[in-house]
Design a binder for this molecule. Structure first.
Ligand code: AMP
Length: 612
């Protein structure tokens, strides 16, 4: 059977799940963990490290370790997000060739989808090892509030990782699917999803297998990372006040502080007070070692971050208003994302909705489980599951005066389409340039530009006579596409899309190829490693048998020759292993195998003789 996995590609952690015997199940990674850190690093020897391997070395290698890359996906170089990340993270971000953001690790520059692809490829491998068969299709979740550029870039990441992304679904919607799966519920629920980097809230009407999103809102730059920054800021200021030494330029100290801030924050979800001990945090140019010893209380943490939680509550208010509902109309509130373990978040959400949030779902796993349910439904064409989602942003075009003309309103059920008729404004005009945007501002410049479309090959005619109908559609993945038709002739028009961010088709194709050859090399080197381990085991076994075989064959000429031969084989094998000679490893293994066979034979004969 074709397996399709569901992947929750998170800012902090990533999780992969599958439907097994009708039940969604998270696939643990090699270390047995349900979630894998969304981190990528390149080691000094140029090796790619993903997940826990990357996280383990982040403090000693902060400059070459990328975390929270989801905050940058589909974003432009000159965006606020880009600037904030550049100022606060220890790794280097640079401008890409299409006004996009790229990451410089050691000597190499990577696009953001490439880094996300490394994480996805790791999840693909985890699933393949678990299932014992190749996986080439996935449903990937994204924050509901992601715009078209961010969705497209996520899809590109899947493609680079060798996965056909058969559907992109929204994280809160996926969580609702897992929450209602197999329960035949009839409820209105709010899904409050606060993760490491993003916040989403969706209101859904669930009834007899139909999951209908009524409204959604969010902030794709509000999550645990913002909370960490507040705590870090506080620690830095206290440290600088106490010591009179500025440490912001010390990247390793910043990374240790970030780790400590997050750890303290998580601890304060369970205890009233915690200490932050960072010995040798910074060494001054004169060689003075400075240490940090701080105490942080729940009250201090709440004072530092309360406005962030209030911001999420305001967004909840907006979503309810768009859904034309009041809090009392809801039957349940589902909490999703690691940040919802913070007591302040739970208190504020409960107070706003007037309901104790449901405790029945696992905040770290529920999104991946929902993605797996959707994957299963797509493969089996499950008739009893219907998902109706909405577009989080209005879609429109720029019109004269720099204004934004809406064609599709936010919270419209997707898939959807809208048409607009364009006429020529000059005599003999043969092309029209259209700017497509997403957002809620009336000013085009304040919205997210998705692309420039050039309608070309128009018939030469006096102005106003050529009418072209352009159709804008939003797919079920929330992805925008455009087509155009000459109304008079019925002819489809050619449309050129200029990438305003992300990757061009040629770049993508190149990256897919590079990724394929990397995976082949990786598999080959894993195979070599496996063989090496087997060879080492064989050598140990043969060495262990030497005394017995020597004794069994003592005195015979054949015995002396056989022992000498075996010794030569083992010695050669050891030399091969020491040289790391992969090509001869297979031959070596075969010789070792034959030697062991011969040894076993001798032992067997000896024991038979003894029993006679
Ligand atoms: P997610 O994106 O859903 O994996 O959530 C990750 C975020 O949840 C990170 O910012 C974590 O620091 C945060 N988080 C995880 N566990 C806790 C906890 N016990 N208390 C507070 N925050 C947590």
């Amino acid at each position: 059977m074709d397996h399709v996995v569901g992947i929750d590609l998170g800012t902090t952690n990533t999780c992969v799940a599958i439907i097994e015997a009708g039940t969604p199940r998270v696939i643990p990674n090699k270390g047995g963990y349900a979630i894998t850190p969304s981190m990528v690093a390149i080691s000094e020897s140029g090796k790619r490290l993903v997940g826990h391997l990357a996280k383990r070395q982040v403090v000693t290698n902060p400059v070459n370790t990328i975390y929270a890359v989801k905050r940058l996906i589909g974003r432009k170089w000159n965006s606020t997000a880009g600037r904030t990340v550049a100022q606060t993270c220890p790794y280097t971000i640079v401008e890409g060739p299409h006004g996009d953001i790229r990451l410089k690790i050691r000597e190499h520059v990577y696009s953001v989808p490439e880094i996300s692809a490394f994480i996805l490829a790791e999840m693909k491998m985890i699933a393949e090892q678990y299932l014992g068969s190749p996986i080439d299709k996935a449903v990937i979740t994204v924050p509901a509030y992601f715009n078209d550029n961010q969705r497209q870039a996520t899809k590109d990441a899947g493609r680079i990782a060798g996965l056909e992304v058969i559907r992109i679904i929204n994280e809160p919607t996926a969580a609702a699917l897992a929450y209602g799966f197999g329960k035949n519920l009839e409820r209105k629920v709010a899904v409050y999803d606060l993760g490491g980097g993003t916040f989403d809230v969706s209101i859904l009407d669930i009834g007899h297998g139909v999951f209908e999103v009524i409204s959604t809102a969010g902030d794709t730059f509000l999550g645990g990372e913002n909370f960490d920054l507040r705590v870090m800021q506080y620690l830095i200021e206290t440290f600088e006040e106490d010591t009179g030494v500025a440490i912001r330029e010390d990247r390793m100290a910043m990374q240790r502080l970030k780790d400590a801030a997050e750890k303290a924050r998580c601890e304060l979800s369970n205890v009233r007070e915690t200490t932050i001990e960072l010995p040798f945090l910074h060494t001054t140019p004169s060689g003075r070692h400075l240490h940090m010893h701080e105490t942080l209380t729940v009250q201090q943490l709440e004072d530092l971050t309360e406005d962030l939680v209030d911001e999420t509550v305001k967004i909840c208010q907006r979503t309810l208003e768009s859904a034309k509902l009041e809090a009392k109309d809801l039957d349940d509130v589902v909490l999703v994302g690691g940040m919802t373990r913070m007591p302040l978040v739970q208190r504020k959400v409960a107070a706003f909705f007037g309901i104790e949030p449901c405790k029945g779902v696992h905040p770290d796993e529920v999104v991946a489980l929902g993605a797996a349910i959707q994957a299963g439904a797509l493969v089996d064409s499950t008739p009893e599951l219907l998902l109706l989602d909405v577009t989080p942003h209005s879609l429109g075009i720029m019109i004269v005066g720099g204004y934004f003309h809406r064609l599709i309103e936010q919270n419209t059920t997707i898939p959807t389409r809208a048409g607009h008729v364009f006429t020529t404004v000059r005599d003999n005009q043969t092309s029209v340039k259209i700017l497509v945007l997403q957002g809620e501002s009336d000013k085009a410049a304040e919205n997210e530009m998705l692309g420039e479309f050039i309608l070309s090959g128009l018939r030469r005619a006096p102005r106003g006579q050529v009418e072209v109908e352009v159709t804008f559609s939003i797919s079920v993945d929330g992805i925008v596409s455009v087509s155009a038709k000459d109304l008079e002739t019925g002819r489809e028009q050619s449309i050129t899309v200029t990438a305003t961010s992300g990757l061009t088709e040629d770049e993508l194709k190149d990256l897919v190829k590079q990724s394929q050859s990397y995976m082949l090399e990786l598999r080959a080197s894993e195979e070599i490693e496996r063989r090496r381990q087997q060879a080492e085991k064989l050598i140990d076994t043969i060495r262990g048998l030497f005394p017995q075989v020597q004794e069994a064959m003592s005195g015979t000429r054949f015995g002396r020759d056989a022992i000498a031969k075996a010794e030569a084989v083992v010695q050669r094998a050891e030399e091969d292993l020491a040289r790391g000679d992969a090509r001869t490893l297979l031959d070596t293994m075969q010789s070792l195998d034959r030697t062991l066979g011969m040894f076993k034979n001798v032992m067997h004969k000896k024991s038979e003789a003894a029993h006679r």
